[in-house]
Design a protein around this ligand. Structure first.
Ligand code: AMP
Length: 214
């Protein structure tokens, strides 16, 4: 095993399983899980200015503009619990975000890319439910909660995210191909970068492969 990484970036299309794995490695590495989607959904709940601006983009499946995301992320990464490192889930999503983060990191990040074909992503997202309090994702068939409609972690109510509707999912996947996929080349040329083919694997098998890269 190499020395444990301090900054881990989880890349992959929506529904590829980043959030589920982030929650698992968070416990193992004792690093905070920073999900930009969760932070934005919280801002929307609290009806902040950022939340109002983000809601429009999220509802349509568009990305929130880079300056808003970077401001929000740098603030979060400057909090004391991030001093020893963090797990990034859902950020960066564009080359300008990746470039800005690269100038911020004090150690070289480890990048893990979750690869899954589009048909499986569509099937997964249409059956995905998430905790409305902590964001923990579940799948109605493959990864159901212990108690129906209740989060195992925080007992919050589970909901289907409004942006997991078929129409918005297709838009999000299109934007992923255009704006986020170029990050695979960006990172493979700069940092330690691994891809996990998630198509034939359950979450335990993916976790085993993921931790083998540490
Ligand atoms: P997620 O929960 O990661 O799927 O994010 C939900 C939505 O939040 C995305 O579809 C975007 O509209 C927005 N979002 C989350 N992270 C970012 C980011 N790094 N850059 C731009 N928009 C983001």
């Amino acid at each position: 095993m190499n020395s444990l990484p301090h900054v881990i970036i989880l890349l992959g299309a929506p529904g590829s399983g980043k959030g589920t794995q982030a929650a698992l490695i968070q416990e193992r590495l004792h690093l905070p899980h920073i999900s930009t989607g969760d932070i934005l959904r919280n801002q929307i709940k609290q009806k902040t200015d950022l939340g109002k601006q983000a809601k429009e983009c999220i509802d349509q499946g568009h990305l929130v503009p880079d300056p808003l995301i970077l401001d929000m992320v740098f603030k979060r990464l400057s909090e004391p619990d991030c001093a020893k490192g963090y797990i990034l889930d859902g950020v960066p999503r564009t080359i300008p975000q990746a470039e800005a983060l690269d100038t911020f990191f004090t150690s070289s990040p480890l990048i893990i890319n979750f690869s899954l074909p589009k048909e499986l992503i569509l099937e997964r997202l249409s059956l995905r439910i998430s905790c409305s309090q902590c964001g923990q994702p579940y799948h109605r068939l493959y990864s159901p909660p212990k108690q129906p409609e209740v989060c195992d972690r925080c007992q919050g109510p589970l909901i289907q995210r409004p942006d997991d509707s078929q129409e918005v999912i297709l838009k999000r996947l299109e934007i992923y191909s255009l704006q986020t996929e170029p990050l695979l080349k960006f990172y493979s040329e700069r940092h330690r970068f691994y891809t996990i083919d998630c198509s034939q694997k359950n979450k335990e098998q993916i976790y085993t492969e993921l931790v083998s890269f540490f």
